[in-house]
Design a protein around this ligand. Structure first.
Ligand SMILES: [Fe+2]
Ligand SMILES: [Fe+2]
Length: 279
């Protein structure tokens, strides 16, 4: 059963994301201290998002599996850690959206950014992917039976993602903004949770569920390999799923490896200063 079934919220009246003024920050430090092999995949990408390209190339999961060190992840995949370290050092740092200094933004601003870019992308593309999966399965399901399973997984991802984003937009992210304000102004409205760890753990479990479903689709489609009889819709479906997977990796990375650890740190700061979450 999808994790979201334990935490249902009606899919109506999504709040308009609020935009704060961006803050200009210095660029993050390069990987400077300690061996890269002993840093987690999440830490490496949080410091330099350009490195995600290398991890994607070797199937190293930096979002849901971002808590593993580079060494652990390489051993698990049978990869040469030293070779991967060398490639990480040679990443061409041409400027791209992935180079934005996410790590330096205030958590409230990062939450708005995630809603305005990644949530908005999911809301725009996932309904189209769902319709395409049905269309392609109907036309080619007899000769390619894996399409039925792919369609079911897409429907599952659709249900899970829309419910998940509502929980983030209506409950978790507003609370992160309250913490942001509490750290800055030493005041806070009634907290929604005893600790933010519980909703964060739930969001991480849901990320893992969707990540695994996409991995399953990749396996079923033989790495999105198009058969000779594939029509334009078949090709478009696989192209959109590939892009969706790539966007989701960045989306989950920003939440699991940057936003959530910062929120937990803010909660600790507020608790240390007041002995409890201020009301
Ligand atoms: Fe999200
Ligand atoms: Fe999320």
């Amino acid at each position: 059963m999808p994790v979201s079934d334990q935490f249902k919220i009606p899919v109506t009246n999504l709040p308009e994301p609020q935009q704060e003024n961006p803050v200009i920050f210095e660029k993050s430090d390069e990987l400077s201290s300690g061996s890269t092999a002993d840093q987690t995949l999440g830490q490496i990408v949080a410091k330099d998002a350009g490195k995600a390209e290398i991890f994607n190339r070797y199937g190293l999961d930096f979002c849901c599996g971002g808590k593993k060190t580079l060494k652990e992840a390489c051993i698990e995949k049978g990869l040469d850690t030293a070779k991967i370290e060398q490639e990480l050092q040679q990443v061409n740092r041409s400027f791209f959206i992935h180079d934005l200094p996410y790590n330096d933004w205030k958590p409230g601003f990062l939450a708005d950014f995630i809603v305005n870019t990644h949530h908005s992308y999911v809301k725009r593309t996932l309904p189209e992917i769902k319709n395409l999966a049905l269309k392609v399965m109907t036309a080619h399901g007899k000769s390619h039976p894996e399409l039925l399973m792919i369609m079911q997984l897409v429907e599952d991802i659709y249900t899970e993602m829309f419910s998940h984003m509502i929980k983030e937009e209506e409950i978790l992210f507003p609370f992160i903004k309250q913490l942001d304000a509490a750290v800055e102004f030493q005041s806070m409205k009634s907290p929604l949770f005893d600790t933010i760890q519980s909703p964060i753990s739930m969001m991480e479990a849901e990320h893992e569920y969707v990540g695994k479903s996409l991995e399953e689709i990749r396996k079923l489609s033989n790495n999105y390999y198009l058969p000779g009889d594939a029509c334009a819709s078949y090709s478009l479906l696989y192209q959109m799923l590939t892009e969706f997977e790539s966007d989701l990796h960045t989306h989950i990375h920003l939440e699991n490896n940057i936003l959530f650890p910062k929120a937990l740190q803010m909660e600790k700061t507020v608790m240390d200063n007041t002995g409890s979450l201020p009301v």
